[in-house]
Ligand binder design. Sequence first.
Ligand SMILES: NC(=O)c1ccc[n+]([C@@H]2O[C@H](COP(=O)([O-])OP(=O)(O)OC[C@H]3O[C@@H](n4cnc5c(N)ncnc54)[C@H](OP(=O)(O)O)[C@@H]3O)[C@@H](O)[C@H]2O)c1
Length: 343
Amino acid sequence: MPNQMKAAVIEAYKQPMPTLKQVPIPPLRPNDVLVRVVAASINPIDIKTKDGGLRPLLPYKLPLIMGSDFAGIVTAVGAQVHATDIGDAVYGRLQKDRIGTFAEFIAVDQGDIAPKPANLSFEEAASIPLVGLTSYQALHDIMHLRPGQKVLIQGGTGGIGSLAIQIAKHLGASVATTTTTDHFALARTLGADELIDYRTTDFSTVLHDYDAVLDTRGGKTLIDAFKIIRPGGHVVSIAGRPTARFGRAYGVPLWKRLAFGFVTRDVTKRARATHAHYTFLFMQPSGPQLDHLRELIEADVLKPVIDRIVPFDQIQDALAYAQAGHATGKIILKMTDADAVQP
Ligand SMILES: NC(=O)c1ccc[n+]([C@@H]2O[C@H](COP(=O)([O-])OP(=O)(O)OC[C@H]3O[C@@H](n4cnc5c(N)ncnc54)[C@H](OP(=O)(O)O)[C@@H]3O)[C@@H](O)[C@H]2O)c1
């Protein structure tokens, strides 16, 4: 067993790109498994973290290994691990204070992983954890979407949107989504009922009385969500700014909560005026929910949408492409062939 591994490391915030370096393989805690990462997905949070934009919520110490979700093979287990064994294929989303999946190995708590869906490749499986959990927590846990309800999902052919549409359809909702005309065919395949080209049409002029909105854009797009929500409906943003209520639950100090409340006053005012519920969501890792997503994937209810698979050595190109913000589905980094892994 080697004690060093290759990893994508940022040494300073706003560093243009991470560098690939040799670093120590992370040590195992009693509840951890060590995973040989076969593939990891790129998420906008990686770019925001690298650029320092999330420091109020995630004050990481540098140097930092990037990357949040993965699929791979277990190569060692901690003393208190019972349900997972060496050689198991797993996927997961790391806790926010333990990120680092852009690496050959990761140590992850057994509660944050689930078996890899049997009908997916490792590259496909790596596309699911962060966007799958976020979408499920927004649409199921917060909105409680029910059959017959109407939901707007912004950015329907991006990483979040491409999975969120499928989950909303599974919950029985009717789905409107924004994308560009070039991607209408894909959005229809995913199940979207109403398609809006965000470049030519203002969604708030054509949609009315929606039960729920999943906002993936923030800013004016989030403000406009309150023009289409019905009284009692739910607006959930994953891209707006954190609210004071979120800050309290997240445990930030009072001064930060006050600052959060100040910068989100316009959104909370509109929520009050329209009698709608508003939630800023910061997704949580969850092995049990990932296992539920595995069941839905194995039952062919959910299918991953992959934009491209990029070799780990070309991570800088992959991050630059992600940063442009027009991926169709997910961008995947491939660390190794699964066949080459010797547990
Ligand atoms: N809070 C959380 O826990 C959490 C979790 C996950 C993600 N997020 C956030 O959610 C956002 C979306 O994430 P993602 O993974 O879906 O990103 P992404 O895959 O990079 O999104 C790209 C998609 O956005 C679409 N798009 C670009 N401009 C648009 C606009 N003005 N209106 C509607 N769609 C537009 C693009 O469509 P075209 O190619 O057709 O232009 C593309 O399909 C990010 O800000 C991310 O940080 C937050």
